[in-house]
Design a binder for this molecule. Structure first.
Ligand SMILES: NC(=O)c1ccc[n+]([C@@H]2O[C@H](COP(=O)([O-])OP(=O)(O)OC[C@H]3O[C@@H](n4cnc5c(N)ncnc54)[C@H](O)[C@@H]3O)[C@@H](O)[C@H]2O)c1
Length: 250
């Protein structure tokens, strides 16, 4: 299937992380240019290196998605270096487990600021250019936790991901008349540092909830992101694509 992504420019937040890096790798294989953005610049640089080794133009840029000024600086630098932004993938995020007792107001703010407000701020910075050119596609990282009963994730994480799904639908409606699509993916547990950081017994418990009997790979999530970003999904907007090995079905 020709995804029609060749020659397009992507801005990926959380690009130093597992899903962000695999998305950058797949985009480079498809012939795209990639701005790899992360609060950990060294992680973004490593990802930009992956893209360059595959022959793609790449830029590594530091960004704190919770800061409007930092987001403006990073997206502006990417537009100047790579010409424009055609695709935005919001991967920056943090994960917390536990019940209400573990969520102090400060911990709530920290998580919601990164996972939800950060997604909003980067969409807000990227959209004017996309709307002006009547061309663009945004893919947000939601989670199975934002769609159904969650056993491990903290209430703050669950709320942030449900918020990302709502934000995706709202922006999709507002952007559709301008030729810009906004979608999300909702992965179940994925084999990245986010899950590898859990105790082995919790990882094993998660796997027992998945009919396919294993974690998703970051590559599998990247393939879903690439589909939604591409012309193959030209009539898909406001959608949240489940990707969970059968753990949750509607
Ligand atoms: N791994 C999973 O099981 C899973 C499942 C569902 C959804 N997700 C979501 O997918 C996204 C990517 O997750 P991952 O598994 O690649 O995690 P990861 O921990 O490997 O990567 C997350 C990246 O986000 C970056 N980041 C954190 N705070 C930031 C900030 N303020 N500004 C910019 N960057 C920041 C980190 O430095 C890191 O590189 C997250 O939104 C996560 O919630 C992950």
């Amino acid at each position: 299937m020709d995804l029609g992504l060749s020659g397009k420019v992507a801005f990926i937040t959380g690009a130093g992380g597992g899903i962000g890096r695999e998305t950058a790798r797949l985009f480079a294989e498809e012939g795209m240019a990639v701005a790899a953005a992360d609060v950990r610049l060294e992680g973004a640089e490593e990802t930009a290196g992956v893209v360059r080794r595959l022959g793609g133009p790449a830029l590594a840029v530091a960004v704190d998605v919770t800061s409007e000024a930092s987001v403006a600086e990073a997206t502006g630098a990417a537009e100047r270096a790579l010409g424009r932004l055609d695709v935005l993938v919001n991967c920056a995020g943090i994960y917390r487990i536990g019940g209400l007792d573990a969520v102090t107001p400060a911990a709530w703010d920290e998580l919601l600021d990164i996972n939800l407000k950060g997604t909003f701020l980067v969409c807000r910075a990227a959209l004017p250019g996309m709307i002006a050119r009547r061309q663009g596609s945004i893919v947000n990282l939601a989670s199975i936790s934002g769609r159904t009963r969650s056993t491990l994730a903290s209430p703050s994480y669950v709320a942030s991901k449900a918020g990302v799904i709502g934000l995706t639908m709202s922006l999709a409606v507002q952007c559709a008349p301008h030729g810009v699509r906004v979608n999300a993916v909702a992965p179940g547990p994925v084999d990245t540092d986010m899950i590898r950081g859990l105790e082995p017994s919790l990882q094993e418990h998660l796997i027992t909830t998945i009919p396919l009997g294993r974690l998703a790979t970051a590559r599998e999530v990247a393939q879903a992101v690439a589909y939604l970003a591409s012309d193959a999904a030209a009539f898909v907007t406001g959608e949240t694509l489940n990707l969970n090995g059968g753990a949750f079905m509607v």
